[in-house]
Design a protein around this ligand. Structure first.
Ligand code: NDP
Ligand code: MG
Length: 399
């Protein structure tokens, strides 16, 4: 039985992971969960899966959960505060950690899991974008395996048969993007886009931050950086195509001209199940594939697969991300931090949709973009960029 720590258990990745675990109780056991504050949503998860450790960042929410636990589940250990998710990630019973916290907030616990040598199923792309090779070098030192569950990266991993995509074998990696809800909306009406419209993704159901990133295509930009790091390829070898139905998730082109594409339903259970099987194999339990109860993809119902180039004026975030990747790790960190501030301001109604990417670009123009030397510098730099981006949001809000 493999012990699993699920970071971000109450989110969208959390729900998809629980759906897979529910179908494979004979192989995986949920031993720890971590969330920010949503203790009520944890109650049915605790009742169903019986984790031993429940980590909640918010101290008040932890008190409420503790009170509820002492009545019904006295053996559950509730941990609270800033280090709570890292405690869950490194608990002794967890061999495998699903890093499903949203945003840079997930970096401390993702880092802790990697440093502790766990099998780390990585959804939390912002942690990798911000810390870059520092995280991957730590994995090499500790013996941790980082397994992508971001659907495109998991797809490329399957096509390339792992993360090793050296130049003698692989020519390029293409990530697909649905194009989000505004692929065909008139550019003149972009200024009036509301958070509700931006969160209505045409093919995936996800948390609000990644949904906005999918609308601007910043998500694809972060994914280009993620792919470049994971597969150790330069920006010029990672391509993006618009593919509205999200049927093909990634394509890997080999040096002989062959292209392998990964197709599958737009359901995060699929990449999560693949990575769980890989992690189990790494831990010594050979599993080829975990069967899943998801509706099969019908290609005849779909009829055709369409691909388009990205329009730069519609999606300026993608070019910004490529520029950051070419510039280096400090720029990627700044891109991520400024984007988190701008997206949060848009979601709370403080910033117009059309100001999100300009705030990121202006923040990067002012920030220190030299490469951080260690993980402490990553955290300090993130704070600095957020301050710059916050000032720029305030200036645009009052302008
Ligand atoms: P959601 O917003 O749905 O969920 C976020 C989860 O993280 C919640 O459980 C939340 O807890 C928890 N959380 C947030 N901040 C903290 C914190 N400081 N400490 C502990 N827990 C915290 O996000 P998604 O599931 O959509 O996305 C999660 C990550 O996965 C992101 O990095 C995203 O880019 C990536 N991803 C998501 C995909 C998807 O389909 N959703 C696809 C590919 C990647 P609480 O409920 O208490 O707030
Ligand atoms: Mg993705």
């Amino acid at each position: 039985m493999i012990g699993v720590a699920l970071l971000g258990a109450t989110g969208s990745i959390g729900a998809s992971t629980l759906a897979v675990l529910r179908q494979h109780r004979d192989r995986f056991r949920l031993v720890a969960v971590a969330v920010r504050s949503n203790w009520e949503a944890l109650l049915p998860i605790i009742a169903e899966f019986g984790p031993q450790v429940c980590a909640i960042e918010d101290e008040q929410a932890a008190l409420s959960l503790s009170a509820a636990m002492s009545r019904h589940h006295p053996r559950v250990e509730v941990v609270a505060g800033r280090d709570a998710a890292s405690i869950a990630a490194t608990c002794a019973g967890a061999q495998l950690v699903v890093a499903g916290i949203s945003g840079f907030a997930g970096l401390p616990s993702t880092w802790a899991a990697v440093a502790a040598g766990k099998q780390v199923l990585l959804a939390n792309k912002e942690a990798l974008v911000a810390s870059g090779n520092l995280l991957l070098n730590m994995a090499r030192q500790s013996g941790a395996n980082v397994l992508p569950i971001d659907s495109e990266h998991n797809a490329a991993y399957q096509c390339a048969n792992g993360l090793h995509c050296d130049k003698s074998r692989v020519r390029a990696i293409t990530l697909t993007a649905s194009g989000g809800p505004f692929r065909q909306r008139s550019l003149e009406s972009f200024a009036s886009i509301t958070p509700e419209e931006a969160c209505k993704h045409p093919t995936w159901s996800m948390g609000r931050k990644i949904s906005v990133d999918s609308a601007t295509l910043m998500n694809k930009g972060l994914e280009v950086i993620e792919a470049s790091l994971l597969f150790d390829r330069p920006a010029s070898d990672v391509h993006v195509l618009i593919h509205p139905t999200s049927t093909v998730h990634a394509l890997v082109e080999f040096v002989d001209g062959s292209i392998l594409a990964h197709l599958g339903p737009a359901d995060m259970q699929v990449p999560i199940a693949h990575a769980l099987a890989q992690a189990a194999s790494n831990l010594g339990t050979q599993i080829e594939r975990l069967p899943l109860d998801v509706p099969p993809l019908s290609l005849s119902a779909l009829g055709a697969l369409q691909f388009f180039d990205v329009e730069p004026q519609r999606f300026p975030a993608l070019g910004l991300a490529y520029a950051a990747l070419r510039q280096g790790q400090g720029a990627c960190l700044a891109l991520n931090a400024a984007n988190e501030v701008a997206v949060a301001a848009f979601l709370s109604g403080e910033l117009r949709y059309t100001d999100v990417v300009p705030v990121v670009a202006d923040s990067m123009a002012r920030a220190d973009l030299t490469n951080p030397g260690d993980i402490n510098e990553v955290f300090a730099r993130d704070v600095g960029v957020r301050a710059i981006a916050g000032d720029l949001v305030a200036a645009r809000r009052t302008a």
